[in-house]
Design a protein around this ligand. Structure first.
Ligand code: HPA
Length: 249
C-alpha cells in the first residue's frame, strides 16, 4: 500500500521526482494529491496549501485531505510543517519529531464523527502520533546532517495572523516547543481514520517576542540543505517501514 507525505509551507515538491496528478473527489470535497514517481516505494504527495500556496491554514479542507488518503489505501502518513520556535533550545532550521500538541484552533471542521449517519466516536489521543514511525525517523536521523529533537509539543494556532508576544509567552508556559497553524485538526482526523500518522516540524523563525519583529530564516542555502536532508530521511523512513508493523492499528 502507498505511504503519504503531507507537506506544507516551503515544501511544494520532492526534488528529483515526478508528480502525477491523482486529485480525487471525496465526500468532503476535492483533494489535490499526487503520485510520486521515482521514489522507490509507492508514495503519495499531498501539498496541503496547494502547489502555489493558495489555501491559508484556516481554509484547508483537512477532512477531504485525510479522507483522500484513506481512499487511496494509504496507511502510513508523515506530515511536515513549518513552524516558529517557542523553546530557546529549538533554533530555526532545527527539526522536531512532534510528540504531543496543544490545539488553539477554532472554527475548523475537526471530526469525521459528526453524529447522524457518521456516528459519534471519541478517539483516544493518549498517543497522538504514531510511535512506530516516530521511532524509525529517529533511528535513521543520525545518518543525515540535521539537528533533530526527538520530541516536542506543537502548538496549533488558527492563523493566518502570527501570534502576539504574550500569546507566545503563554504557550511557552503551557509547555509548547513550536508553533504552527496546520497541525490540527489534521492529527486528530488521521487518528479517527486509524492512520499511522507522524508529524515532523522544521523551524523557520523565532516566535513573536524573541525579537522586535518576526524574521523568517534568510539562510536560503541552509534551508535548502535541511529540507533536502529531511526529505531524504522521510523517504528512507517510508522505504524501511511497513503498514503491518505500525503500532497504532
Ligand atoms: N507562528 C505560527 N505559525 C508559524 C510560525 C509562527 O511563528 N512560523 C511558521 N509557521
Amino acid at each position: 500500500m502507498p505511504a503519504a507525505i503531507i507537506a506544507g509551507t516551503l515544501m511544494y515538491d520532492i526534488p528529483g521526482m515526478t508528480l502525477i496528478d491523482k486529485s480525487i473527489d471525496t465526500p468532503y470535497g476535492r483533494t489535490l494529491v499526487y503520485e510520486v514517481q521515482g521514489a522507490g516505494p509507492e508514495l503519495i504527495f499531498l501539498p496541503r496549501h496547494g502547489l502555489q500556496h493558495d489555501t491559508p491554514p484556516h481554509k484547508i479542507n483537512y477532512r477531504a485531505n485525510l479522507k483522500a488518503l484513506e481512499m487511496l489505501d494509504v496507511k502510513r502518513v508523515i506530515a511536515v510543517n513549518a513552524v516558529g520556535s517557542i523553546n530557546k533550545g529549538v533554533a530555526p532550521l532545527d527539526i522536531v519529531v512532534v510528540s504531543d500538541y496543544l490545539d488553539f484552533t477554532s472554527g475548523r471542521e475537526l471530526s469525521f464523527f459528526d453524529g447522524g449517519d457518521s456516528g459519534v466516536k471519541h478517539v483516544d489521543m493518549s498517543t497522538p502520533y504514531c510511535s512506530y514511525l516516530r521511532e524509525q525517523i529517529l533511528a535513521l536521523a543520525p545518518n543525515y546532517d540535521i539537528r533533530i529533537h526527538p520530541q516536542g509539543v506543537y502548538v496549533c494556532t488558527n492563523g493566518p495572523r502570527l501570534e502576539s508576544p504574550a500569546e507566545i509567552r503563554m504557550y511557552e508556559k503551557l509547555g509548547g516547543d513550536v508553533v504552527g497553524m496546520t497541525g490540527l485538526p489534521e492529527a486528530v482526523l488521521a487518528k479517527e481514520l486509524d492512520l499511522c500518522y507522524a508529524s515532523v516540524s522544521f523551524s523557520i523563525n523565532w516566535a513573536a517576542g524573541f525579537m522586535d519583529t518576526i524574521e523568517f530564516i534568510s539562510d536560503v542555502e541552509g534551508l535548502n540543505r535541511m529540507q533536502k536532508n529531511l526529505m531524504e530521511l522521510l523517504l528512507k523512513t517510508i522505504e524501511t517501514t511497513t503498514d503491518d508493523e505500525c503500532s497504532i492499528k
